[in-house]
Design a protein around this ligand. Sequence first.
Ligand code: FUL
Length: 503
Amino acid sequence: MRKICLSCFLLGWLWPVSGLSQLMLRDEALANPENEPVEVHPVPHARQLKWQETEFYAFFHYGMNTYTGLEWGNGDEDESLFAPTAAPDPRQWLEVVQAAGMKGGIAVVKHHDGFCLWPTETTEHNVTRSGNDFGRAVNIPRDFAAAAKELGMKYGFYISPWDRNSRYYGTDKYVKDVFLRQCAELAQYGTDQFEMWFDGANGGTGFYGGERGTRNIDRSTYYDVPNLRDTVHKVCPDCVLWGVGGEARWIGNEAGWAGETNWSTENRDYAPEKNGMYGSENGWFWLPGESDAKATNRGWFYHDGESPLSPERLFQMYLETVGRNATLILNIPPNKAGVLPPASVNALKGMGDLIKKRLGHDLALSSIIAASEVRMPGATRNYGVTCMTDGDKNTYWATNDGTTNAVITLTWPEKQTVHYVELMEPIAKGQRIRKFKIETSEDGTSWTRRASTVETTTIGYKRIIPLNGSTSNSYDIGYPVKALRVTIEDSRACPLLSKVGVY
Ligand code: FUL
């Protein structure tokens, strides 16, 4: 020890000071040759990143309840009640939602009633005992996954952990021999599932193999979540386990609404109904929000007489979820023939048209863009302003370390009419920005603040700001602008943006 200290001392004494600092500089440059900003932790797992990029996808509640008219079957329904009036067509489901701009979908393959929409070996309560040939031929996970792959869409399954039919529910045997095996069986239809939806509704009254009664479980321990996650990830490495699985969080309501301030970080003991909508700035885990909402006016399952919400209302939901750093999983129930009814098809098409019309033509691409500061480039990459308009999610504009505010200005040779501003952070580096504002100018010199009633706090993966401040009446005549500026007023570390869009 003494010897080491002595040699350190001698080295320090003999080594010329400039030589030592040069060495240190060289080492630092070697450690970070691209001058990349350091992450602000927690950061998303690679599978959470891919999941977030799915942004907007469908939920399809179809099953025993479609034929009984219930929302929560008790588990004692006779299998013969499942009797589709035609061959269910998951490809039609996905084609319709793809036309509305969705990138994928999640099919319910077992709801709380325990009836399985594929020929499982784990229970007799499945399609093979259904009431007609159409029913007996059903295999939703197989057909849904195959159609998604053909259409280039993402797919996943809702498989209810709670099973009101199983006699084993409440025991370890259920978790091991029924539930985990069912999850494993689903992998035979595809291992590239992007999400498994593990519903938070768990335990209560049910049929339970004829014993009937109430079975309560402690959902924080019962499903052996670490083992569940390992088991699923071993076969489906990109599959995010929503809800009980703890890799994405419920937004806390079923209204298609996320908080204007919405952090993707959370603590394990958070209360969904209270802070699901907002997340926690200093949360310990990356736990991004997903908003589940109905596109129709009745239940999650199909009910005779139901009607879809208007395209305007659905567009509002889009702004209030995808536009607020959450993903939107929008439910459209297939009917008794196993297809999406014409009224829903039209409403979704209307929604898709609004998204395309209002957010499809990015005026930022024809602007001259400048920033108050640009980070020093690295050996082969730069962090310049064009990184925000190049359409490449892997490039981003950045400031130097130590800077936590900046101004980005977009100018057009001719006046433009603008309605929305879209901002995206490269969240692989953590969610950083905590306050910003947007202003427009008609002459390039005097500025007016827009969306002043909106909390312009977090951005996250994506934020869409209606400049008139209203998501329900967001498409008015728009503002004529010669220039628009985004001022980042506070950030947890140097701010980064991978996109600025203006519509
Ligand atoms: C809830 C369930 O209880 C509903 O039936 C539905 O599946 C919804 C998406 O999640 O927790």
